[in-house]
Design a protein around this ligand. Structure first.
Ligand code: PLP
Length: 429
């Protein structure tokens, strides 16, 4: 059979297209449709970019009206009405109610560009180069962000030494009994540790790509206090776990900490349109004009949908409450699955992000494949790809979540059966 145009002409770097081999044409809410008309329930949400689902009507209406009136689409970083609306709405609905004082930096529209900007800024402010980051953290694949990313696959692809970062053990990296904060503290205080004084600590509160590893609120508070004691900036990368994913707008709200710098992207535009920002405490804004530049810092179509998303979902606390409710239900259902399927070693997550840690990457791949064949899009993560990751749109209904869980249950049963058969054959041989 002739190879598809994707296989013939698109680079081998292709990734998700390999796990989900269909040609998609339409999408609405939590559903994607391929060109044969087959529908798939989306438990991946564009890697956390579609928290409000595909083509949400309230956002689409605003975007269509804006385009119909020849609104500015590309604006460099010039002032536009759409940008002003976004900043005003963000201040009114997100910053003020949380008593947060941040200035906003619009970076190039990818998450990694926001991380690059955050790292540059922290290093300038403190005039130090080292940044502490964490085992299994993921922050992007460009020079500075990949240096702070744990995964060997991404690091080896760079081809030059990655420097000016030091990896520390994340919460629970050495098991529940090991106090990883004490390990970091010891290295910061011991003049013989070989650790240069860092400018900043960069982390995700729940590691999305690294396996849905959840830092406890206590651990986060301890880390924030340690940063203060040692005059180190705290940067929370909320690119995947922000915008409501964990049941609050920012993932760090539960811990009651206030990072010095925050990065946001993915679901910020709410519609899948590229957009990224850095939030910084006002006194840290020592940027010289245009020192972190970029042609696509003014995706005004994204500003329009971002503003619409804030108004639609964050005008009061109801949406966040719904996400927390659905999240609690999801976690409870997954715990029940764990009791039924011995291949599940642990259930992880909070809000509407969850991970099922299996024994191997091969098992998790097989579960994802089975699910896809039955019409459920679900990805894997973790250092060995051993965690099945649930990241449905936050707007997914309880009935849709149940529908997805039934398919997942079936896939786990099938993979468990295949595994038992394989073991039996090995024992007989
Ligand atoms: N930071 C986190 C926590 C992420 O999850 C990602 C992407 O998955 C990034 C940064 C990089 O974002 P982008 O792929 O848009 O560059």
């Amino acid at each position: 059979m002739e190879a598809s145009i994707f296989e013939r002409l698109e680079s081998e770097v292709r990734s998700y297209i390999r796990s989900f081999p269909a040609v998609f044409c339409q999408a609405s809410g939590s559903w994607m449709t391929d060109e044969t008309g087959r529908r798939y329930l989306d438990f991946f949400s564009g890697a956390g970019t579609l928290n409000y689902g595909h083509n949400h009507p309230a956002l689409k209406d605003k975007l269509l009206t804006y385009l119909a009136h020849d609104g500015i689409v590309h604006g460099l970083d010039m002032a536009t009405g759409a940008k002003r609306d976004f900043i005003e709405t963000f201040e009114r609905l997100i910053l003020k109610p949380r008593k947060l004082e941040y200035k906003l930096q619009f970076t190039g529209p990818t998450g990694t560009n926001a991380v690059e900007a955050a790292l540059k800024l922290a290093r300038q402010v403190k005039d130090r180069s080292t940044v502490l980051c964490f085992t299994n953290g993921f922050h992007g694949v460009t020079g500075g962000s990949v240096a702070a990313t744990g995964s060997r696959k991404f690091r080896e692809a760079v081809g030059t030494p990655l420097s000016h970062t030091r990896f520390m053990p994340f919460s629970n990296y050495f098991g529940r009994d090991a106090d990883t904060l004490a390990m970091i503290e010891r290295q910061l205080t011991d003049p013989g540790s070989g650790l240069d004084r860092p400018a900043a600590v960069l982390l995700e509160t729940i590691q999305g790509e690294g396996g849905i590893n959840t830092a406890s609120a206590n651990w986060l508070r301890g880390l924030a206090a340690m940063c203060k004691r040692h005059d180190i900036l705290l940067i929370v990368d909320d690119i995947q776990m922000g915008c409501g994913r964990t049941g609050t707008f920012f993932s760090f709200e539960e811990a009651g900490i206030t990072p010095d710098i925050v990065t946001l992207s993915k679901s910020l535009s709410g519609y899948g349109l590229p957009m990224a920002i850095v939030l910084m405490k006002p006194e840290l804004d020592i940027w010289k004009p245009s020192a972190h530049n970029g042609t696509f810092r003014g995706n005004n179509a994204a500003f329009v949908t971002a503003t619409a998303a804030l108004r639609e979902f964050w005008s009061d606390g109801r949406f966040a409450e719904e996400v927390r409710d659905k999240g609690r239900h999801l976690q409870a259902r997954l715990e029940r699955l764990r009791l039924r399927h011995p291949l599940i070693k642990a259930v992880r997550g909070r809000g509407l992000v969850a991970g099922l840690a299996l024994e191997s990457g091969a098992q998790a791949d097989a579960v994802s494949e089975h699910c896809f064949r039955q019409g459920l899009i679900i990805e894997t993560c973790g250092p060995q790809g051993e965690v099945v990751k649930l990241l449905p749109p936050l707007t997914t209904t309880a009935a849709e979540i149940e529908q997805g869980l039934v398919l997942l249950d079936g896939a786990l049963a099938a993979v468990g059966r295949d595994d038992s058969l394989r073991q039996l054959r090995r024992a007989v041989a």
